[in-house]
Design a protein around this ligand. Structure first.
Ligand SMILES: Cc1ncc(COP(=O)(O)O)c(C=O)c1O
Length: 409
């Protein structure tokens, strides 16, 4: 009996696949949590205690009892009534005038981003992203052999002046950019929200250089301060924006419901692509989201989440200023994350490992979110998930370890 040499069977594509650093840390936390109580600032999850699970239980009971087809496949593009409700939702919350024909319901924003890549990207294509950007999109799009160029961000988001310089240079070399991927509101991992001027400039550049924009709106409904945030899609007069939505961060990541809203020509291709992949997004979840939207419950669920996460964000910012005043960090007005720059020379992976092992605090090393060097000493802190009364303590422990390691440098 000889075990096969599997490497001989693997597609060459597997060489483009690497593990997600977020999942790796989450697995380590799960192991550690079996023996110790861990304060997690790691995954970008909503607090399950903020989500009205009892209400969901009633709604799901109702759905299971009264909608027999909830245990069958839905059309690949989603339950029509849900697509209709999402179209209304986009009008109401995103100022986007759209119809169900422009919408495909997906298995979270994650699948939406994968399908967009399948439909639009080819090996060698140039894609522009914020630097840093959401690591799972970078990893997923790597599978398609694309070339990623990162453009720096500042407190106003993607530095579009730099984007313009890069686009001009690439054009002079006859190199074509297909799309810009952006998370304009409450960006992951930085927590930064793009200013209105930058949003307008980005759209102007997309038009001038004939580029599509993929607008990832995962955190659009978690805005804590009084800032003007308009979706790119609502300002898009040419149909250049592919809007990727997700209900994960407000209604729950486990529901696995997201969507794509775009021009019908793009949506048609997306439908063809999706049909053979998954038949449809989870149907009971689709009906649950439908009921939440239909009964106008989204607003109250979101308001509660915003209230709780605003408070947690403030606690984390206060603790950072108290225990680590010498370090730079972002100050999010939206989303779930703060980026923290450790003392230069402290490696973020090593820091995260020791922090978990010695101090039972979990954070995400931010280096994999960067498209080039620059993130080696940066960690990402999530503030939505940890219990309120553990946030100060978690940051205090980060500061203790930071002091220990700084002394060695
Ligand atoms: C920016 C961004 N986009 C998309 C996703 C995917 O989320 P989901 O697939 O749960 O909608 C996430 C999740 O963390 C995210 O941070």
């Amino acid at each position: 009996m000889v075990k096969p040499d599997y490497s001989k069977f693997f597609a060459s594509r597997v060489n483009l696949m690497s593990p997600s650093p977020i999942r790796e840390v989450v697995s380590k936390i799960a192991m550690r949590s079996k023996v110790r109580k861990v304060i997690s600032f790691a995954a970008g999850e909503p607090d399950p205690n903020v989500i009205p699970r009892e209400l969901y239980a009633e709604l799901v009971k109702d759905i299971l009892e009264n909608i027999p087809k909830c245990v069958n496949y839905s059309p690949a593009e989603g339950v029509p009534d849900l697509r209709e409700e999402i179209a209304k939702f986009m009008g109401r919350y995103e100022d986007v005038d759209t119809t169900l024909d422009n919408i495909v319901v997906t298995v979270g924003g994650s699948q939406a981003l994968d399908i967009v890549a399948r439909v639009i990207l080819e090996p060698g294509d140039i894609v522009i992203v914020e630097n840093p950007s959401y690591v799972n999109t970078l990893l997923c799009w790597q599978h398609y052999g694309v070339r990623v160029i990162g453009i720096p961000m500042d407190s106003e988001g993607l530095v579009t002046e730099e984007l313009e310089r890069v686009l001009r240079k690439l054009k002079s070399e006859s190199r074509i950019v297909k799309l810009v991927y952006t998370i304009p509101t409450g960006q992951n991992p930085s927590g930064i929200t793009m200013s209105m001027d930058r949003r307008k400039h980005l759209l102007e550049l997309a038009s001038k250089y004939d580029i599509l924009i993929v607008e990832d709106t995962a955190y659009n409904h978690l805005v804590y301060d009084n800032v003007q945030v308009k979706t790119l899609r609502s300002m898009d007069s040419e149909g250049r924006v592919v809007y990727v939505g997700s209900f994960s961060k407000v209604l729950g990541t486990g529901l696995r419901i997201g969507w794509i809203e775009a021009d019908k020509e793009i949506i048609e291709r997306i439908r063809y692509c999706k049909q053979p992949i998954d038949m449809c997004a989870p149907v009971i979840s689709q009906y649950l989201v439908l009921e939440i939207l239909r009964r106008n419950l989204f607003d109250s669920i979101r308001s509660k989440a915003v209230e709780v996460y605003r408070c947690k964000r403030d606690l984390m910012l206060k603790a950072l200023d108290e225990y680590l005043p010498e370090l730079k960090h972002t100050k999010p007005v939206a989303g779930m994350f703060i980026l923290l720059w450790l003392h230069e020379g402290i490696n973020c992976f090593k820091f995260a490992d020791i922090l978990l092992e010695k101090y039972d605090v979990a954070v995400i090393p931010a280096a994999p979110f960067y498209t080039s060097s620059g993130g080696d000493n940066v960690i990402r802190l999530n503030f939505s998930m940890a219990p309120q009364d553990m946030i100060d303590e978690g940051v205090r422990r980060i500061a203790i370890l930071h002091r220990e390691l700084t002394r060695k440098h």
